[in-house]
Design a protein around this ligand. Structure first.
Ligand code: F6P
Length: 573
């Protein structure tokens, strides 16, 4: 049932808070140096704890007045009401008329009161499906589940794309120290046949398990890759003499080497996978919000059910913070509001996410889908045009690599680029430098400490910069002074966690899920649909015959596209 609220987004630009923010922005003269000097309590006042995450907002272009107006904006646009509507299962995804209940995926067993939505006992279903995933994971890990030759699975290949790939691969990389010895996961996503070819090239089919992960089980890339993988499996097993080249032989191979994750079990069966070996989830879990559903089966096998439960408890801890903390101390609310501040009042177009943890190297890519597929919208949830800019471009790479690539632009470019710096205190691999460099780095220095010195240094440099006088005082020739000045006042948020445990990873992901939600509510958009990806998919299917040589289909294309296809055909041997 669609709620009244769902039909009527508040136009944020008509609120008094928006007017206050416009005025405050007009009057604002960013001065992080001065603000810290004149206000010794600033660092403490703008630092918050959310579950295990220490979140320092003090190096943002934020004053008490701005913060108060932002919190007012959340109040006037109904952030808390819509948050509560989400948690309780109302259909806050109006364009698809669906509840949005990824938070139900991580409710601890036995949470009261039980969650019933649209006639479904959500808690019971979630727990039953998790039990199925965990049972399967244990079988694979213990070796009870074998391939056709009776050998234990050593490699799991997850075939999926978008939300059925980015979350699992990001989490697998992040939690690599927790992966069981002797198990490896690989991830195939791209329909470029190179992806399947490279990922299977050195694999032993007898010890390989494919997981076809697709919410809809209708995604061209995933089904094509699944067919390629199935063909590779059959050919390799036949060549190895492991199966007969018969229908029974091939069906037996699929039964032991293919499982599926989907909401569309009929299509799973049509592909030839026994639905006994399929794990389900529900239409109220968006693809980009699904890594903690059965979509995480590859991860659950790799790290084991116990660690997967820890991941879920981390998600839940952040959910509880978001659900219960007052708006003015609610970290996802504050970070979402800051993003609105920069996007709509400070002319920022992009947002950098810079993890100082190598294991989080896929986190920015994961966040790109989460944030941009959610909030890249031009109409509001009632179909009317948005009234302000939405959806900043999220991007990033791990530090320190990024420092030697694109940080120049963040430090001295003409554009304002708010950045989130994320670090963990305890490294997964603690190494010392045995020799040192004879200058700054002493023998026996803790390399992770050196790494984090960069994390601290960068936000400091961005906030406080370096004045012309300071540059001169270093003996810089006058003609080079301006090139070496750093303006400072470049906003950053620092997030520090104790260690990259499964729980902390869950907290981080949930934090960004809720940040994204808050922005969507303020802008009045449906953050849970993704109609903008449909046209390209449809056209690809229409164009495919032209690419394959159908002259009539080629003639039907516009001149540019026809010329490109014709050129491709001359280049393709
Ligand atoms: O094309 C976009 C999208 O629908 C994403 O939202 C989704 O995560 C991805 O495709 C994959 O979809 P599926 O899991 O149904 O294969």
């Amino acid at each position: 049932m669609r709620t009244e609220l769902a039909k009527q987004p508040v136009d944020a630009t008509t609120t008094s808070a928006w007017a206050d923010l416009s005025r405050l922005s007009g009057d604002l003269e960013p001065d992080l140096r001065g603000w810290f000097e004149s206000d010794p309590a600033r660092a403490e006042r703008f630092a918050f704890q959310a579950a295990d995450l220490y979140v320092d907002l003090s190096k943002n272009l934020l004053t008490d007045d701005v913060l108060a107006a932002l919190v007012d904006l959340a109040g006037q646009t109904g952030v808390a009401e819509r948050r509560d509507a989400m948690f309780s299962g109302e259909h806050i995804n109006p364009t698809e008329d669906r509840a949005v209940l990824h938070t139900a995926l991580r409710r601890p067993a036995g949470t009261a009161p039980a969650l019933h939505v649209d006639g479904q006992d959500v808690d019971a279903d979630v727990r039953a499906e998790l039990a199925k995933v965990y049972g399967f994971a244990e079988k694979v890990r213990s070796g009870e589940w074998t391939g056709v030759t009776g050998e234990k699975v050593r490699t799991i290949v997850n075939i999926g794309i978008g939300g059925s790939d980015l979350g699992p691969v990001m989490a697998y990389e992040a939690l690599e120290p927790y992966v069981a010895e002797g198990l490896e996961c690989r991830f195939v996503s791209n329909i470029d046949p190179t992806d399947v070819a490279q990922k299977t090239a050195d694999l032993d089919p007898a010890t390989t398990l494919f997981i076809v992960a697709s919410k809809t089980f209708g995604t061209l890339e995933t089904l094509t890759n699944a067919r390629l993988a199935r063909d590779w499996l059959w050919r390799s097993l036949v060549a190895a003499g492991a199966i007969e080249d018969t229908d029974e032989g091939r069906a037996g191979a699929v039964a032991k080497h293919f499982v599926a994750v989907s909401t569309a079990l009929d299509k799973v069966a049509a592909f030839g996978i026994d639905t006994e070996n399929a794990f389900g989830f529900w239409d109220w879990v968006g693809g980009r919000y699904s890594m903690d559903s059965a979509i995480g089966t590859s991860l659950a096998i790799a790290i084991g059910p116990e660690r997967f439960e820890e991941l879920l408890s981390g998600f839940h801890a952040m959910d509880e913070h978001f659900r219960t903390a007052p708006l003015e101390r609610n970290v996802p609310v504050l970070m979402g509001l800051l993003n609105v501040w920069y996007t709509n009042f400070r002319d920022a177009h992009t947002h950098a996410v810079l993890p100082y943890a190598q294991q989080l190297h896929r986190f920015p890519a994961y966040l790109q889908q989460l944030t941009m597929e959610s909030n890249g919208k031009s109409v509001r949830w009632d179909g009317s045009p948005v009234t302000a800019d939405t959806g900043e471009v999220f991007w990033g790479e791990p530090g320190t690599n990024g420092q030697h690539a694109f940080y120049q632009l963040i430090h001295q470019g003409t554009r304002l680029i708010p950045a989130d710096f994320i670090a963990v205190a305890q490294p997964a691999y603690g190494l010392t430098d045995p020799v040192g460099d004879g200058k700054a780095v002493a023998p026996g220095a803790d390399v992770h400490g050196l790494f984090l010195a960069n994390f601290f240094a960068q936000t400091k440099a961005l906030a406080f910069g370096r004045t012309a006088d300071e540059v001169r005082a270093e003996g810089t020739p006058e003609e080079l002074v301006s090139a070496r000045v750093f303006s400072g006042n470049r906003p950053t948020t620092s997030i520090l966690a104790p260690a990259l445990t499964p729980s902390v990873l869950g907290q981080l992901v949930a934090l960004y899920e809720h940040i994204t939600f808050v922005q969507g509510v303020v802008w009045g958009i449906d953050s849970f649909d993704q109609w903008g990806v449909e046209l390209g998919k449809k056209l690809a299917l229409e164009i495919a015959p032209a690419v394959a040589g159908d002259e009539a289909a080629l003639a039907a294309q516009d001149a540019s596209t026809a010329a490109l296809i014709a050129r491709y055909r001359t280049l393709r041997p």
